[in-house]
Design a protein around this ligand. Sequence first.
Ligand code: ANZ
Ligand code: ZN
Length: 807
Amino acid sequence: MAYDFHEIEPRWQRRWAEQRVFEAAEDTDRPKFYNVCMYPYPSGDIHMGHVRNYTYGDLLTRYKMMRGFNVLSPMGWDSFGLPAENAAIKTGVHPRIFTENQIERMKAQIIRLGAVYDWRREVAVHRPEYYRWDQWLFLELYERGLAYKKNAPVNWCPKDQTVLANEQVIDGLCDRCDTPVIKRDLDQWFFRITEYAQRLLDDLEGLDWPERVLTMQRNWIGRSEGCQFVMAVEGSDLSFEVYTTRPDTVYGMTFAVLAPEHPLVESLISGSAIEAEARAYIERARNASEIERMAEGEKTGVFTGRHAVNPVNGRLVPIYIADYVLMGYGTGAIMAVPGEDQRDWDFATRYGLEIIPTVERPEGWEGEAYTGEGRAINSDFLDGLDMTAAKARIIEWFEEKGLGRGTVNFRLRDWLISRQRYWGCPIPMITCPTCGIVPVPRRDLPVIHPDVEDYAPAGRSPLAGVPEFVNVECPSCGGPAQRETDTMDTFVDSSWYFLRYADAANAEEIFDPAKAGYWMPIDQYIGGVEHAVLHLLYARFITKFLHDMGMVEVVEPFARLFTQGMIVLAGGKMSKSKGNVVSPDDFYESHGADALRLYHLFIGPPTDGAVWNDNGVDGTSRFLDRVWRIATGEVAETVDRDETDADRVILAEAHRTLQKVTTDIDRFTFNTAVAALMEFSNLLSAYLRAGGRTATLRECVRLLLLMLSPMAPHLAHELWEMGGHQGMLATQPWPQFDPDLVRRETVTMVVQVNGRVRDRVDVPADIDAAEAERLARSLDKVRPWLETAEVRKVISRPPSLVNFVVA
Ligand code: ANZ
Ligand code: ZN
């Protein structure tokens, strides 16, 4: 009987669903395990990147369940966003209908993979029963001063006609359509994430996350300690504050720089001789991206004709306007120290400004700014102090004089959340000519999208074109007022969806804190590294906010994070927009879901990227065929007889494989676990062909199926049932290996120095030469002989002898 995955796979998928094997409830008898794969955008088709992700997640769900955990693994849809809206512009199909269709298709593909979820908890963020809680969250943030509106220059994509977050601008281009991004002034809503900057930094400490991701988060938050002090503009009562991380270099200041957007600039240039030149420069700077402005190399600027006073020595320094200083960071103004800052150096050399070194250089240092450590020079009372001492001393001086103070700065900016789009969560705010900005009362939530005629953006949200939506009564005075027509960034939706899973059907509350309290934190979060900064940071922020509200106990949502490597094809990331998607559907037909899953597990270390190869699935498919033939007795007949050495050897191999597979799964090296199973199935075939014993085969197959259960669940379940085992495989306990069987035979190895025996040690019979030498060198009775002499030669004859020839 052949292995008929066409029939077997859908049948088991139905049984898992019907018997509700993977539906989870709070249960205090077993330890909980909350397992989440980052929810997908419903593009309509899953591709191999998704398959990799869900295969890992599903393996873990099944494995942890067998290990006795109460596992929750839910799934949902990040279903707001541009593609549905763009499709609506093109085809006229309502984004809701378009999106629901995509979800249906994708869900079927995920189920067909054999990935199991508690579907009762499914969330889709475009449904009003979900996004009303986005709106609720917005109101909570607003009432605590953490959501605010301000006019700000924003990144604007002229093609998509929408605002982009800084993170969505890649090298000056829109990350969706590659159009050059320009700057525009708009009234925008922000979330005050900067309020949480220090906590977002501190709490990274206890997380079991890839070091790379932790570093990216730290850099994004960008904490620096420095000093802020006031500089007076000569011949006026104007002044400005500068921020520096190197106050110890203040005697080396030879000019000062204001960002082109700095509020003081207007009064400095207005009516001056350089006004026209300065205005042209400022306009150019405004449209340059921050990345361009921060780029290394050539710096440009305009001299204002005015001077500022260095507070430490009264020296006058010229004030420039230059775009390498950004308004959104520090105070938007700097003291420039070309001796120790490379950007200032570049600028000073270009404009012929003086350079005064204030840190002692190493011998022979020439050219360029010196950014290293050293004693202060040319710095009056700081001279001779090292950098740390000089910083402390000068900050003290500023504070005593009341001219400045030590400060902490963060690179992190507030989160710009408004989008001029239709297919997002409407912001629940109303503007009244008399009362100003008024929140929509909670009883009126959700604010639902009206249907619109025209989705094409025109620099404002399509919602602005629907008078019945826009014109409302002011909730406060009853007069005519207008709704906010912007919608929220989709990162708002994804900043708390994992909390909603805990209580997805709740119509009274965002979630029941007791239920979230049981499941949180997420014990394993799995996703792509492309979300390393934004999604994770926003979700951490909102979790902390909900914690402060008393809604969740934990302060961090994701205790452990795994970021999988990317599947690439023809040199590029697999994605729908690039048109290089390999769909799993064809493989479900040709090889079955189990073979596809196994190939994803086998393709390489999960952290590494992998190049997709259509033929790879043939290999894992052949392996599954072999397992089928072994288990169904097609390889060779077995007999009932007493146990022989050969039987004991294969059983020991089964236990060694079990030990390896267990540790490999625990440390996320699934590829080597699959390799071990393949190796074992080869040994088992050979054993059978040489004449196998029935009871031994049965035990070996039992272990093999238990191990395969999380990896190739359909085939394993079918064979388990055919073998007459009790209960469904998924609910069996994970087997324990027998340490006595696993232990390999040991041999006594002799260690000699110049042919004289110095020690004897028991080693595994299959020890290799390098390991034997390493072990020999480490022995207490051998080490002294090697320390005092030079080892000329090592003769390593594992497992019996190592001889060191010394002189
Ligand atoms: C003088 C100085 C001397 C500086 C020196 C550095 C080295 P981090 O560490 O990233 O916080 N800076 C301050 N505000 C700026 C702005 N809005 N745009 C561009 N640059 C700005 O960087 C802080 C340093 O970056 C500050 O310290 C300032 O230059 C510059 F040897 O002041 B420094
Ligand atoms: Zn009003």
